[in-house]
Design a protein around this ligand. Structure first.
Ligand SMILES: [Zn+2]
Length: 343
């Protein structure tokens, strides 16, 4: 197979505090190679590590770096996507007032355009891309079935009714903190000051605990990895969410209470996102979501319970909108690669 169309291949990197995940997307938007390496802290380590990750993943897919159409980066920290600069990415050891990351990385990868975006936004774009493609495939298979196993009307795939319905979602990151990325009607919503989706700091309990942000009773104090750790400190060397859910499953009543309270808080976050944006899907991601279906089940139960008192809430079918982030591909790196196409 020729790679003549490789001008439309892009690479995306999801740069975290401990690791860099990379993905190479082909012109059809399919993931053709992935890479994982350790993060080197500090500005120089960050740029050279990112450049090596781009080279590695392109090489695994048999594509020349200089033939890439673009590179996208997702990074925790304050990102200016217009200038490609990053400020205070403290857990990457970047304390510069302003690091021109896009420009520095582009110079190391043969002048390929680089775009930089915050980590939640790339995760939301990646989840939308992966779900949309899965739905396209399912739709194609269904149409092929209806056509009696004959050739499906390929040209009309997905676009037949003009809908890209899966590109309307909130990616709810249950990490150390709580925040979301929003893709609304296919467009990334950053907000006037880049704060769209920062729902972790919506106060939900005026008498609740103080939050480092200065307010009191923020949702993050109830629905985040940190909140879980405080409520159920790990005692057996496993992550606190894992120990909590194990104990609850084993019938520990105290654990059941803590787990259900947590599920209720996450359900409140889902309800909040749907009531403000009416997104079609809310995708649960972040470290706590590694619990998988066990987490999804309790959150959906909590949503159904909350809806019992309100026909209005019930009509919104909140439980059916929630799903887990895909785990077969690095979604944030995929999202970065999708944004790299637009660079
Ligand atoms: Zn707060």
């Amino acid at each position: 197979m020729g790679k003549n169309g490789m001008g439309r291949y892009t690479v995306g990197l999801d740069i975290g505090g401990t690791k860099i995940l990379g993905a190479l997307l082909d012109p059809e938007g399919e993931v053709v190679a992935t890479v994982r390496r350790s993060t080197v802290h500090g500005a120089e380590g960050l740029v050279s590590g990112a450049a090596e990750a781009v080279r590695d993943v392109a090489a695994s897919g048999g594509v020349e770096v200089t033939a890439l159409a673009g590179v996208g980066l997702g990074i925790p920290g304050i990102v200016d996507h217009r200038s490609g600069t990053v400020k205070h990415a403290v857990n990457l050891g970047v304390h510069d007032d302003e690091l021109p990351l896009a420009e520095l990385l582009s110079a190391r990868v043969g002048g390929v355009p680089v775009v930089v975006e915050n980590d939640l936004n790339v995760a939301a774009v990646g989840a939308a891309h992966v779900l949309e493609r899965a739905a396209d495939r399912a739709g194609r298979a269904e149409r092929a079935d209806r056509a009696g196993g004959g050739a499906a009307d390929g040209a009309a795939d997905g676009a037949a009714d003009g809908s890209r319905e899966h590109e309307d979602l909130a990616f709810l990151a249950l990490g150390t903190g709580l925040a979301s990325g929003l893709v609304l009607d296919g467009e990334l919503r950053r907000g006037a000051s880049g704060a769209a989706g920062e729902i972790g700091h919506i106060p939900v309990d005026p008498l609740g605990p103080e939050c480092p942000c200065g307010q009191r009773g923020c949702l993050e104090r109830f629905a985040s990895g940190k909140a879980l750790e405080a409520a159920w400190p790990a005692r057996h060397g496993k992550p606190s969410p894992v120990e909590l859910f194990e104990a609850a499953r084993a019938g520990d009543q105290e654990a059941v209470v803590v787990r259900d309270r947590f599920a209720d808080a996450v359900a409140s976050a889902v309800r909040l996102l749907v009531l403000t944006t009416d997104v079609r899907h809310v995708v649960l991601g972040g470290g706590v979501a590694q619990l998988g279906t066990e987490l999804l089940d309790v959150v959906q139960d909590a949503l159904r319970e909350q809806a019992k008192v309100s026909a209005f809430l019930g009509s919104l079918r909140l439980a059916e909108r929630v799903r887990l982030a895909p785990t077969h591909v690095p979604v944030a790196a995929v999202g970065a690669a999708v944004l790299g196409r637009r660079g």
